[in-house]
Design a protein around this ligand. Structure first.
Ligand SMILES: Cc1ncc(COP(=O)(O)O)c(C=O)c1O
Length: 435
């Protein structure tokens, strides 16, 4: 462990950091973030190759968003959203709703991805309550991650992150995601298993990360498999909840990963990139069919849910500014540029003796580093890889022995080349060590 702590590191003893073991190295104090770079208190810069936990879209401190926030702050701070409304929320929802997959009619705001998931689950259960035909069962994918609140934990992989809470998580039926190399028999078996789960009329909702399961280790699965599942869900009126918290806003290539499927969701959950990575915000979009069950003067049919900072106008102004940036030609051009660049690098990676399962989807490139142990979050390679990348001025945060790149779209070709070079250097070093 580094014994020469900087002033800020010494004072940081007051903070408890997320997903951080008490034995971890002290955190790096960041004093400025600009474009693709983070600057520490010693003057060193780091390329943010994972968009600060998948939130940043256009680069840090983008002037268009910064100006929108300045302007908004001169006008107001927070205004409660029950009984009141404001133009940033209206402008944003008017602009976003038509861009979403499916026929989305309303946006319900909350504070982050986890709360937006809670909202989606509660709306789904209350939908069936409101129409007078209660359903209880929720179906989810194994290996999924939907956040850290209790509902979100319940519908996610029962594993390392949730073990201390197992006895408090509600029951969910899990099915496997199709794996690379699975046969058509295996696919058919999964579809049959899913049909058996939904066909008894007790399933309220199926929740899934479309096309890429992020925290599971950037597991990518074929959209046609999802399409088949969604068609079955439709047959039995099961609500389809698309968790686009990570995949939304261009990460997988198109604006939303659901553009890869013909079947569309009834509910879309958004967060992370929704404000361009500037502020926390969650949004749960619902179709007209879902909202109709709540469109009643009966008090019992009200959705009694809300957070104090719901639809904060300053945050919504940032979200609107970010959405405006997604309409500029550079947004799609940059995504296409990164995708092309990743494709070339993926070829190089596939030929490296230290890699396996090299995969990509849009701007996300992932690989598993071969190791003596199983591919998992606690793989011992994780820390040495992370430290190596940091020492070279690149922020990559491997999920166990899975290394992935998920950059802000502002990343330059030169910066991308540096990220690739550092990954190659780490892999080459490992080959040398084995000799
Ligand atoms: C797919 C997915 N859903 C939900 C969440 C939870 O979002 P938050 O961390 O904002 O609570 C995450 C976070 O990584 C996520 O990747």
């Amino acid at each position: 462990m580094n014994t020469h702590l900087t002033e800020l590191q010494k004072r940081d003893v007051v903070n408890w950091h997320p997903f951080t073991n008490a034995g971890s190295a002290p955190p790096i104090p960041i004093v400025r973030a600009h474009g693709t770079l983070l600057f520490d208190d010693q003057g060193k810069s780091y390329i943010d190759a994972i968009s600060s936990w998948w939130v940043n879209l256009h680069g840090h401190s983008h002037p268009h968003i910064v100006n929108a926030v300045h302007k908004a702050l001169e006008k107001w701070d927070h205004v409660m959203f029950a009984g009141f409304t404001h133009s940033p929320a209206i402008d944003f929802s008017e602009k976003l709703l038509p861009k979403l997959p499916g026929a989305m009619k309303k946006l319900f705001f909350s504070d982050n991805g986890s709360t937006a998931i809670e909202v989606a689950l509660k709306i789904s259960l209350q939908y069936f309550y409101n129409i007078g035909a209660p359903r209880k069962k929720i179906i989810a994918f194994r290996n999924s991650y939907h956040g850290d609140t209790f509902g979100a934990m319940s519908v996610a992989e029962r594993g390392l992150f949730t073990r201390p809470f197992f006895s408090h998580l509600f029951e969910v039926d899990f099915i496997n995601v199709l794996r690379q190399g699975d046969s058509s028999e295996q696919k058919n078996a999964l579809l049959t298993e899913f049909k058996n789960l939904v066909s008894d009329g007790s399933a309220a909702a199926f929740i899934y990360e479309p096309v890429v399961q992020g925290a599971a280790g950037m597991h990518m699965y074929p959209p046609d498999f999802l399409d088949r599942l969604l068609r079955i869900a439709e047959e039995f009126s099961v609500i389809k909840i698309a968790d686009e918290v990570m995949t939304g806003f261009g990460r997988t290539g198109p604006m939303f990963a659901h553009e890869f499927t013909d079947a569309k969701p009834d509910i879309v959950v958004l967060s992370k990139g929704i404000t361009g990575g500037v502020f926390p915000l969650g949004a749960t979009a619902v179709s007209g069919k879902i909202f109709d069950a709540f469109d009643s003067t009966e008090k019992d049919k009200t959705f009694y849910h809300g957070h104090s900072y719901t639809a904060n106008p300053v945050i919504l102004s940032a979200a609107l500014a970010s959405l405006e940036l997604t309409e500029k030609p550079e947004f799609r051009e940059n995504i296409a540029r990164i995708e092309l660049s990743h494709k070339r690098f993926a070829e190089q990676l596939r030929n490296h003796p230290q890699t396996e399962n090299v995969r990509m989807q849009g701007t996300i490139l992932a690989l598993d580093v071969k190791s003596g142990s199983q591919t998992s979050y606690l793989n011992p390679l994780r820390d040495s890889l992370y430290n190596f990348f940091i020492s070279r001025g690149v922020l990559l945060r491997p999920l166990g022995n899975t290394v992935y790149i998920l950059p802000p779209y502002s990343i330059s070709n030169l910066e991308l080349e540096k990220v690739y070079a550092v990954i190659m250097e780490a892999l080459d070093d490992m080959v040398l060590q084995r000799k």
